[in-house]
Design a protein around this ligand. Structure first.
Ligand code: GLN
Length: 279
């Protein structure tokens, strides 16, 4: 079987299994297994797939057809143009979250020479480590309540060649009395009752990274209550939110912080995805 034949075969199997992006997932598996770029795959598509590679690809395809996310199968995800190791111990970085990172990068431009940044509920570290990589003047702290997540974040930190302080603990308990110029977070925000109805790929992800309590807002309430004690004067907080949550989260921040400015930012789909406040 040659490369283009395998790609066509994989895409049709994936489509039949209900995979939302059959051609993309087939291509990612082939790129990874064959060690070829997207362009190489295209221009050398008549090359035969070696038997060992075919065996590996067959196993990957079966896992993907059963619903396992392609990023867990490959062990990595792309985010902000960087590669992050992922495993079922951490949420897979979403493109939606790049909206938060981009907003934070702009905020960091006016945040002094050596701004202190905290990424709460860091998971794979994708938000905080992207900031450390793209805004090297920032001093970044990553925190998570999951030790497994912090291990993955640590490996991602080393792989990206950046520095960050890693802290274990429940939200702000991880950082004692420390204050920051910028706090960012993509906390768990799915209403508990909706968890069972999420697409099958999401069922492979850690519940701890998704479950936002009965109305999805538990973490925002706690973050809003405690953030004031952890922000330097002039500091700001940027939170990712789920669809429809922005007004409630904005109200929470306004209720608990003395805001110089507060608002929301839309993602590429026009959804209010980030809520921010400056103190
Ligand atoms: N964006 C994720 C999803 O829709 C949820 C992430 C979160 O709870 N922070 O599945």
């Amino acid at each position: 079987m040659n490369i283009s034949e395998w790609l066509a075969h994989a895409a049709s199997q994936l489509a039949a299994s209900g995979c939302p992006d059959p051609r993309i997932d087939a291509r990612w598996m082939a790129e990874d297994t064959l060690g070829m770029s997207r362009t190489e795959l295209k221009f050398e598509s008549d090359r035969a797939v070696p038997p060992e590679a075919l065996e590996r690809l067959t196993a990957m395809l079966a896992r993907r057809c059963a619903g396992e996310p392609v990023q867990y199968i490959l062990g990595s995800a792309d985010f902000m143009g960087l590669k992050f190791e992922v495993s079922p111990g951490v949420l897979i970085p979403r493109q939606d979250t790049e909206t938060l990172v981009e907003a934070a990068l702009i905020a960091l431009q006016g945040a002094g020479e050596r701004p202190d940044v905290l990424d709460l509920c860091t998971g794979s570290g994708c938000i905080g480590l992207s900031l450390a990589s793209l805004a090297p003047h920032a001093r970044v702290t990553l925190s998570d309540a999951s030790r497994e997540a912090l291990e993955i974040a640590k490996r991602n930190m080393h792989a990206l060649g950046v520095k960050a302080d890693l802290r274990h603990g429940d939200l702000f308990a991880a950082v004692g009395r420390a204050r920051f110029d910028l706090i960012v977070s993509n906390p768990p925000y799915i209403p508990r009752g909706d968890l069972a109805e999420l697409q099958k790929e999401v069922q492979y992800e850690p519940r701890m990274a998704l479950d936002g309590g009965p109305d999805g807002l538990d973490f925002y309430r706690r973050i809003a209550e405690e953030a004031g004690a952890h922000l330097n004067p002039g500091g700001s907080i940027y939170l990712e939110v789920g669809i429809g949550q922005a007004p409630a989260v904005l109200e929470l921040l306004k209720a608990h912080l003395t805001c110089l400015e507060a608002g929301t930012i839309r993602d590429l789909n026009g959804i209010e995805r980030v809520v921010f406040a400056k103190v």
